[in-house]
Structure formats: structure tokens, C-alpha cells
Design a protein around this ligand. Sequence first.
Ligand SMILES: Nc1nc2c(ncn2[C@@H]2O[C@H](COP(=O)(O)OP(=O)(O)OP(=O)(O)O)[C@@H](O)[C@H]2O)c(=O)[nH]1
Ligand SMILES: *[C@@H]1O[C@H](CO)[C@@H](O)[C@H](O)[C@H]1NC(C)=O
Ligand SMILES: *[C@@H]1O[C@H](CO)[C@@H](O)[C@H](O)[C@H]1NC(C)=O
Ligand SMILES: [Mg+2]
Length: 404
Amino acid sequence: MTRIQRNRTKRCHFLYIFSWFITGCSLITTTFVFKRTQSSICLSRNSDNEIINRQDEWKYQNSITDEWYHWKISYKEENNHAEWYVNWLNVAPTSYLGVIVYLTTINEIDSLKTSLTQLSRLLSNNPRPVVIFHEGDFSSDDIQKSLAKILGDRTPLGFEHIQFSNNSNRPQSVHRGWPPKYFDMCRFFTLMLPNHPLLTLFTYYWRLDAHSYIFGPKPIEDPFEIMQKRHIQYAFIMANEEGEHYATGLWSLFHEFLNDHCLKPSKGFRQTQTNWFGGYSFAIVFTNFAIANVSLFRDHSLIRTWLHRVDLNGGIYRYRWGDAPIHTLVLTQLLSQDHIVRLRYFGYMHRREYICASGIEEDLCNAQVKPFLTNPNIEYVYYQDGCHPSPQNPLCHYYPEIKL
Ligand SMILES: Nc1nc2c(ncn2[C@@H]2O[C@H](COP(=O)(O)OP(=O)(O)OP(=O)(O)O)[C@@H](O)[C@H]2O)c(=O)[nH]1
Ligand SMILES: *[C@@H]1O[C@H](CO)[C@@H](O)[C@H](O)[C@H]1NC(C)=O
Ligand SMILES: *[C@@H]1O[C@H](CO)[C@@H](O)[C@H](O)[C@H]1NC(C)=O
Ligand SMILES: [Mg+2]
């Protein structure tokens, strides 16, 4: 009797465990299938359908014919191959690998002269064409010739006259005290510049501000060639932190963009744009110095979709979203770690902030930068490692660095 009972108990145990096993297996399978279906439900929107072939209010003028054109910011390939002729001063470019671009006003002509002087010194081994975008205040021959002279015979110099629109139905800014054209400047660097026809002539563009100086004791290696050789898509020098009040709504817009395209936050994005609590780190590339593959912001379909989405949102005007956070979010998300670099092999100064080449002691650095610390009323700031508020800025050391 007892024996039989024991057998029965054994069988019961076995059935008991077996049924749990089956339940467990089916639970796992269901979850798996559910997850699979869920991810296949996420149908990515076709990026290009979102972009309307927009004719913008903004205009540009051709420097040879004086003819004005409406800016085209559509994706249609044919726009990218339109011929564009430039009235080059000094000499025509012999290479179209890269162009150095400024947007500025005549108020900044003194710093612009210093900036050009530094280019002519440091790029003397390999002069590159320079183009100044302006709103008409650099049209006079005298001004153009004086700047051409600073760069010297071997450096091509062009001027591109542009016009922002006076569109009165653009969003009102929530920030008082900013000149309305500051927002136009942000829009220019966010999406208009790469869609200007001059840029179709070149592979890379290098943006500088009128108050951006590169410096160091001797001529430097050509950054465009470095980028080409190493297949780099984007290069920067300094990292900074955006003010929270200048990014209102940008973080959530970016997450909507990710969801709509079935994208998960990438490693680069998680490591540099996300803080410990999963929120926005506000870390930005300091875009007053940036070298980029021209095509990136014009032809890469997801990047283009993001930029158009930002533009249609109106946040550039409403909240003063800058090109820095707008570009940083999408670059860290979509480019791999080895396609972005930080250039550390020469000194750079932007307005009050400066950094020297890697490995230069602070004393020597101060000696190198001294000629540019000309305003006794300004408190100049040495950015240790080029990063603000500290080298702990998550963008500071994430990307490979090109050192002395
Ligand atoms: N044509 C034109 N250029 C402008 C205007 N506003 C700014 N710029 C230029 O655009 C570049 C960037 O502007 P900045 O005022 O330096 O903007 P920022 O670098 O974000 O601000 P800072 O940190 O103060 O330098 C500079 O070369 C300016 O000369 C404008 O209204 N018209
Ligand atoms: C904006 O207004 C100025 C001055 O009123 C005018 O000269 C310019 O042509 C206008 N720009 C556009 C794009 O309509
Ligand atoms: C520039 O970017 C485009 C778009 O992402 C890419 O197709 C092209 O190969 C890049 N060019 C260079 C020189 O890296
Ligand atoms: Mg600036």
C-alpha cells in the first residue's frame, strides 16, 4: 500500500513540476512573440514624405549676376547639382575639398580681420577658400579687397549676400531682449547653410565665428585632409553645456522623432546626451567651430528629417533653440563613435573662452594666447581640456581626439 502511494506522490510531483514548466515556457514564448509583434508594429515613417518641397522666404544673391533666388531647402537631388559661380577674389580655388565659412556683420570687422590673419598664418602650407556670408554690409569693393589682402594671394575669398525674411507670422520669442536676427542666425547654421548652393561645390565646410581664432606657434596640418583620410564626418574642438531655458521642448521633440522612426537611443546618445536620471544632459558641441561633411545635414535622410521637423516646430524662434543642441542630439544618435573627432592639435579661442593644443602647459598656453587677450574689460576663460563646465562634460572625452 505504502509503496503504491509513494509512487503516486512521485507522479503527482512530476506532473506538478511539468505543468509549471509548460506554463513558464508558454509565458516566455508569449512575451517573446508579443515583443516581436510590437516591434514590427513600429512602422517607421518614410522620412522623405515628411518633407514638403518648401520654397523659403529667405533669399540669396549670386555674386556674379547679382540675381536673387529663393532659398530651397527641399531634399530634391536636382537642387544639389545646380551650378553656382562665385566671384573669387585673389585666386580661384584649386581644390574643392573644403571651404571655411563665416556669417557675420560689419560690426565685427575687427575681430574678423584677426580671425582671417590667423587662418593665413596657420594654413599657410595649404590655403583653403574662405567665404563670408553677409546681409549686404560687405558688398563694397574696398572692404572686400582689404580682407582679401589679409588672406594673401594664394587664398580664394568669396562673399555671399543673403537676406533673412521679415516674416511677421513667425513665432514670438518667449525670451525678451534678444535681437530677432539672433534667431535667424541660429536657423542659418541649423539648416540653411548646408542648403546654400555654394556648399554644393565642396565636400566639407568649416564654420568659424568672426571672433573665432585658431592659434599656435606654427602652421598646422590641414584638417580637411585628416577628415578625408580617416572618413570623419564631423569634427569639433570644445564642448559646452546649453542653458536649460534655451532648450524648452527640444528633448521631447527629439524623443518623438526617435519613436516615429522606430529608433532606440544609441550608445553615443545615451552616454553623452542622457544624465544619470535618464533626462537631458544639456551637453553640446560648441558649434562656433565645426567641420562637417556638407552632405550630412543636407542629404542624410534621417538628419534632414530631424532638421525640418525642428524648423517646422518654430522652437528656434520661440525658445531660442541653437544649432548646437539641435545638431548634437542627432549627431550623437546617428553617427558612430569613430565618425566624430575632437581636434586637439592647435589652439582655439572663441570670444572669451580658449584652449590650447593637447599637452601644452597652462603657462605656455597663456603665452600663446596673450596676443588675443586685448580687452582689459573682459574676463577671459581658460577651458581646461576645452570643456565646460569641466572635463566631466560627457562629450569631452567620448569621441577620439586628434592630438599634437
Ligand atoms: N549677418 C549676420 N550675422 C550675424 C547676426 N548675428 C550673429 N551673426 C554672426 O553669426 C556668428 C554667430 O553669432 P554669435 O553672436 O557669435 O552667436 P554665439 O556664438 O551663439 O554667441 P556668443 O557665444 O556670444 O559668441 C558670428 O560670426 C556673428 O557675427 C546677424 O544678425 N546677421
Ligand atoms: C525685409 O525688409 C527690408 C526693409 O524693410 C527690405 O529691404 C527687404 O527686402 C525685406 N526682405 C524680404 C526678404 O522681403
Ligand atoms: C558625406 O555624407 C554622406 C551622407 O551621409 C555620405 O553618403 C558620404 O559618403 C559622406 N562623404 C564623405 C567624404 O565622408
Ligand atoms: Mg560666437
